[in-house]
Design a protein around this ligand. Structure first.
Ligand code: SAH
Length: 283
């Protein structure tokens, strides 16, 4: 028997969960970002704000070619292209997402600047050093970080910048919270959780130099309540499309995350060095 890879599991998950995702997030399959927890920003605006946090950090411009690793149905890639003028290539391992993202780029007259392809992030179909910058919004959460980061480092040109939004843990967790995390991982086909402090060495192992790591948990934590409200508001439709059991699993998870806390949330930015590292064995 051939074991199912993490990528195949995530693929099957996203194929099945697409209706729920579109209902919860629209074209942005990620958390919202609020300037402060009691801020009045709407959910729709908060979803775009999170993309903007990534766009501002990656700092791409009109002459750049940018890779979006795990692009969902294309909301962030199209926004990045529109606001910076960059050429953007989005990849996802789910064919229906690529179809939807491509249709959205055409509908928004962005097809000349943004394209989408089905591909596995762990084996990118691009030559070495073929991108000026890269982003990954909540896609590394499904991947073994070491090989995924190595692939990003490979396709970046020297000096190229990579910004990601990822899950992490800030400290060893209580048993109650560990149960929630296990449930989250199973239900959302997540890969392992890593400590915040593990990220700098992880980035260096992949050949990337960390520039900034930021715990953004307090800015995104309102998202879970929003998922809850949206799911309740669209319950009948979602139950029909998705099935009662799956939906109640998700609602149970949202409740657990609100009560016990889910993973922490970080933004990190790293750069591929412009010259090889100096030899380490000098006295
Ligand atoms: N970045 C997008 C989507 C986030 S959802 C957004 O913010 O809207 C996570 C995405 O990662 C999905 O598109 C999923 O299909 C993709 N993904 C997960 N594992 C992948 C892999 N191994 N290769 C390519 N894409 C992957």
């Amino acid at each position: 028997m051939i074991a199912e890879t993490t990528s195949q599991k995530a693929q099957a998950y996203y194929e099945q969960a697409e209706a729920l995702y579109v209902s919860l997030y629209g074209p942005n399959f990620h958390h919202g970002y609020w300037p402060s927890p009691d801020d009045g920003t709407t959910y729709e605006q908060a979803l775009e704000n999170l993309t903007d946090q990534i766009i501002n950090r990656v700092g791409a411009g009109a002459r750049d070619r940018v890779l979006d690793v795990g692009c969902g149905i294309g909301g962030p890639a199209i926004r990045l292209a529109r606001t910076t003028g960059a050429q953007v290539v989005g990849i996802s391992n789910v064919a229906t997402q690529i179809e939807q993202a491509t249709a959205s780029a055409s509908a928004e007259n962005m097809a000349e600047q943004v394209s989408f392809e089905q591909a596995d992030a762990l084996g990118l179909p691009f030559p070495d050093e073929s991108f000026d910058a890269a982003i990954a919004i909540e896609s590394l959460i499904h991947m073994d970080r070491d090989p995924a980061l190595r692939e990003v480092a490979r396709v970046l040109r020297p000096g190229g910048v990579f910004t990601a939004a990822d899950f992490c843990l800030n400290a060893p967790v209580t048993p109650a919270r560990q149960q929630v995390l296990d449930r989250y991982r199973d239900l959302d086909t997540l890969s392992s959780f890593h400590l915040f402090d593990d990220f700098p060495p992880m980035l260096r192992r992949a050949g990337l130099e960390p520039l900034e790591l930021l715990d953004a948990s307090s800015h995104v934590e309102k998202s879970v309540k929003m998922w809850w409200e949206r799911t309740e508001a669209d319950l009948e439709n979602l139950t029909n499309q998705y099935g009662e059991q799956e939906l109640s699993d998700f609602i149970g998870l949202f409740d657990d995350v609100i009560t016990h806390g889910g993973p922490e949330y970080l933004f990190f930015t790293a750069r591929k060095p412009t010259s090889p590292r100096p030899p380490q064995n000098r006295p």
